[in-house]
Design a protein around this ligand. Structure first.
Ligand SMILES: [Ca+2]
Length: 494
């Protein structure tokens, strides 16, 4: 409620008989709670957005959202694979507590019952979901009945709108799914305004997930474009990385996906898909303005995981390196007095923070089971707050690539525990603040030993939390032992 409305309400209360007041306040109550839009790309790297410094890309609506709100520079998914990350977001918890990943199993219903969509609907919000739901809840499947508006689909969904059952009505006008989600959002906004209720709209785009399938209506955007490669591009910048990280499909994909031979062609398709999301974001913000709710709707834009496009000679996601673990995050709260100041936040934040943030926006208490914290204080003061440390988890794919990392605002420590006759356990320590391209592993540097010891201690703290709190199903408890540091006598746990 803005100041003018409060003033009007006070004036009315002074001159109107008490019996009439509920008629006024009843209309005002929904306005006091903001609408919330959570937009989620699939496999979008931080470096695919103009406001993150890429001069080769065209993302006008994302850039505008960043200028209007706050751009987060140290935001990480705590797992870099679709299903696990989506579970983190819904539940506000680390993966060992959501108990949910492609390789481990489905989410249990009691976890879902404490997810932000369920809690907001109970509190009177209209809830809407479209796109890749990404998780399966035992006994419920897609959870369609838990939403007032449904445009979701199972599995990976389809780039062809006509093949997504719940979205078919948009297929004629928007045959490619990305813009169909923009149209779905417009309908949700219109109908929620008609119902005079606050809404929480979550859209999980399929783009820019492979197989690369850009909307042909945007073929001209990057036609013939040359893209600048990142300064850590290529195998020569991956020789210092752990052999365990080269055991998964991310390593051959550098070649299989032609980053080495057709970088411009691959990046044109990738960025064209992101461009489609950018247009959908514009459709959504235009509709908010048209319906008169732009000044009371918080927009959050992010991705489920980042993407490695040739950095260090890898491709794809999953691994803890910056390209896959760090993602874009832009939040615009139209009620913030800091808007328009082009603010950036370099405090440490994670995908476990979204559920607490959305709950606080809705005026709801944050359940004690959630690991994240609300990001709203950072919208008031982007220089203070965030996490002292976060865990980054991979327990997907081949066993050698399973690992736990500990992140702080400056450092990233990963313990690669796996050993066989080809490899032995190794540590990686990167100064992500001064070496964001992760070109120097500090773990072997004598001058970095104090930092290494500190990060080992922090890692042990994260593993201890895992050991204490992991669900007792879907094979999460064994990592309490597997991930225990046991390198040599000189660097074993003190
Ligand atoms: Ca993904």
């Amino acid at each position: 409620m803005n100041n003018l409305r409060i003033l009007l309400l006070v004036c009315v209360s002074l001159i109107v008989p008490e019996a009439l007041l509920p008629l006024v306040t009843a209309e005002e109550i929904p306005r006091s709670r903001p609408n919330i839009i959570f937009l989620f790309a699939d496999d979008q790297s931080t470096y695919s957005v103009g406001c993150y410094g890429n001069k080769d890309v065209t993302t006008p609506n994302m850039d505008q959202l960043g200028r209007d709100g706050i751009v987060f520079d140290k935001h990480y998914n705590t797992t870099a694979i679709c299903m696990a990350s989506r579970a983190n977001v819904f539940a506000g918890m680390y993966e060992y507590k959501t108990g949910c990943n492609f390789d481990h199993g489905d989410m249990h219903a009691d976890v879902w019952e404490k997810s932000y969509p369920v809690l907001l609907r109970k509190a009177g919000y209209l809830t809407a979901f479209a796109g890749k739901f990404g998780i399966v809840v035992e006994g419920k499947g897609l959870c369609e009945e838990d939403f007032d508006f449904w445009g979701g689909s199972p599995g990976q969904t389809d780039y062809r709108t006509a093949n997504n059952k719940s979205m078919k009505k948009y297929a004629t006008k928007y045959p490619h799914s990305t813009l169909s989600y923009g149209a779905f959002a417009q309908d949700v906004i219109r109908q929620s305004v008609e119902q005079k209720k606050p809404f929480c709209l979550s859209i999980s785009f399929k783009a820019p997930h492979k197989p690369a399938t850009p909307d042909p209506r945007f073929n001209e955007v990057y036609a013939g474009k040359k893209f600048t490669k990142p300064d850590n591009f290529g195998r020569e910048f991956g020789e210092h990385l752990a052999p365990q990280s080269k055991s998964g499909r991310q390593f051959p994909r550098f070649i299989e996906w032609k980053y080495d031979t057709d970088y411009d062609g691959e990046m044109a398709k990738y960025h064209q898909q992101v461009y489609g999301i950018d247009v959908a974001l514009g459709m959504i913000r235009d509709e908010l303005a048209a319906q008169g709710v732009a000044d009371n709707t918080v927009v959050i834009y992010t991705s489920d995981n980042g993407y490695i496009c040739g950095s260090h000679g890898y491709g794809s996601k999953v691994l803890p390196m910056e390209e896959s673990s760090r993602v874009p995050l832009i939040i615009y709260d139209p009620r913030s007095p800091l808007n328009g100041k082009h603010l950036r936040c370099d405090q440490l934040t994670g995908n476990i923070d979204f559920a607490p943030t959305i709950l606080e926006l809705a005026g709801l208490p944050i359940p004690a089971n959630m690991d994240g914290t609300s990001l709203l204080p950072l919208l008031q003061d982007p220089k203070t707050g965030g996490h002292d440390q976060l865990a980054f988890i991979n327990v997907y794919g081949p066993l050698p690539t399973h690992s736990l990392s500990c992140l702080t605002p400056q450092y990233k420590y990963t313990y690669w525990w796996y050993a066989d006759d080809q490899m032995k356990p190794v540590e990686e320590l990167f100064d992500t603040k001064n070496d964001p391209l992760e070109l120097t592993n500090l773990a072997d540097k004598p001058t970095s030993q104090p930092v290494l010891q500190e990060m080992r201690t922090r890692y042990d703290q994260e593993l201890a939390k895992w050991t204490r709190q992991a669900v007792d199903y879907n094979d999460y408890q064994r990592y309490g032992t597997l991930f225990r540091r046991a390198l040599t006598s000189s660097n074993a746990p003190n």
